[in-house]
Design a protein around this ligand. Sequence first.
Ligand code: NA7
Length: 536
Amino acid sequence: ERDPVSDRVEATVIGGGFGGLLTGARLRQAGVRDIRMIDEAGDFGGTWYWNRYPGIHCDIEATVYLPLLEEVGYVPKWRYAPGEEIRQHAVAIAKRFDLYQDTLFHTKVTSLTWDDDACEWQVTTDRGDAFRSRYVVISSGLLTQAKLPGIPGIDEFRGHTFHTSRWDYGYTGGDQTGGLDGLAGKRVAVIGTGATGIQVIPHLAESARHLFVFQRTPSTVDVRDNRPTDPAWAADLKPGWQQERMDNFLTIVSGGHADVDLIDDRWTANARLQRTFLSGTRSELTGEELELADAATMDGIRARVDEVVADPAVAALLKPWYRYMCKRPTFSDHYLQAFNRPNVTLVDTADHGGVTGMTAGSVVVGDQEYAVDCVVFATGFEVGISGVLSGTLRVTGRGGRDIFEHWATGFRTLHGFTSHGFPNLFQLGPIHNANAVNFVHILQEQATHIGAMVAEARERGAPRIEPTLAAEDEWAATIGRNAHDSYAFQAECTPGYYNNEGRPMAESFSFGPGPIVFHDTLRRWRTDGGMEQVLW
Ligand code: NA7
């Protein structure tokens, strides 16, 4: 039993995914001894803890996605790593930086209350924990809450259902590599053909007696070309190799110029063609040039559908009609092939705006009923409701002020990390911060920045890290000045996390000039006396 008054740690990190782990590692390197990691999951890994569906892989090359490879001493086994390899790497980072010792798993933080006299946060959890912490970091993820579509009749269904992020191997049998023998006699429906659907559908197709794929929008399915890492290549890597690859990838997918393309895959090839930051920076190309670049990319994607899919009517339905990046691009060398199997039926729901209903034993689209035993929801995640924004974590700053009071007219932060009146509280994520295809790269820079601020505060014996109101105003103005709508065309797609849920991009809160400029801004701030403005 911990004493709520005397139980005290130096740092609390909410979230055990890569953001939390990277920050934990940097805090450790800054000399912080007691770090309490907290997560609702039963272990580290974040997304890769929860998502264990068959076929799960990361779509970004493992050498740039898996963080701290050199520090942990690991080279990924595959070019695109399977989920389990990534999850185990998260565990390896936690072990390497000794982050298990004080961790609370299966635990959710419910409130953070600032005690200005003691200069520390009071933390409470849903399991009755109460303790104090000098620093608190919130890194609770972007896409964490499974989304179930509000399909009329969903509660009537008497068969088996589950969401892909909570895969039921007890029902399906098999594992992440497939072999779902439990589905052998079953008629299975899968709803959703996003990045998850594309990976899981080939395995369902192989195992189910019959598979109905309910599609609302066809995905952009590009070549995957996965292969094992060449041991000779790995043996030849020189220190600093990972950062070099990460920087090279970030430069190219941000529309910048690099003499070589070290990753050279479909992300970088398409980015070089579009010469635009894949998450929002303005392209240098004219409208007409952009249309040509788009045709070069998307015509190739559509031609591949015709090459692979035997039935022309099915092929027509599988072709993405929208512009590149309207939907999150996906990659597979097995997905389109699945539609050539006699036990797979593609059901297009676009004319009805999606699946229209469910009954005790079927999925309904318009006046058609499809009798099934099991429904797999590959319907994605609620956008933008985690951490503070979920409303389940109450944050009370100096003078009893709620963080939403402080943000009543919009986010107020310095560089997205800290807010006035909420000392020693740091947030990771895209608010007022940069965004990128490889979000782990962004998290790495954020963790470095937080680690540097804490190191400096400790060195100088400053009890508080906190921006002034003027610094917040200045940063908000910078965000506003740089907001733009270069992805307005994404409005033609169904709302999702790629098009800001259908809201204009200008209303979004990311740093417009993109991650390279953002990281440079942070670095200069650190070396040019920025720290002076936040240490008290
Ligand atoms: P996504 O990319 O949000 O995909 C969800 C899919 O579910 C998508 O195909 C949706 O169609 C479909 N959907 C959602 N609601 C419905 C209804 N009511 N009827 C039919 N179809 C529906 O989630 P993923 O899990 O695939 O990917 C998650 C991302 O997280 C992934 O990209 C990683 O980068 C991280 P829509 O396209 O909206 O028409």
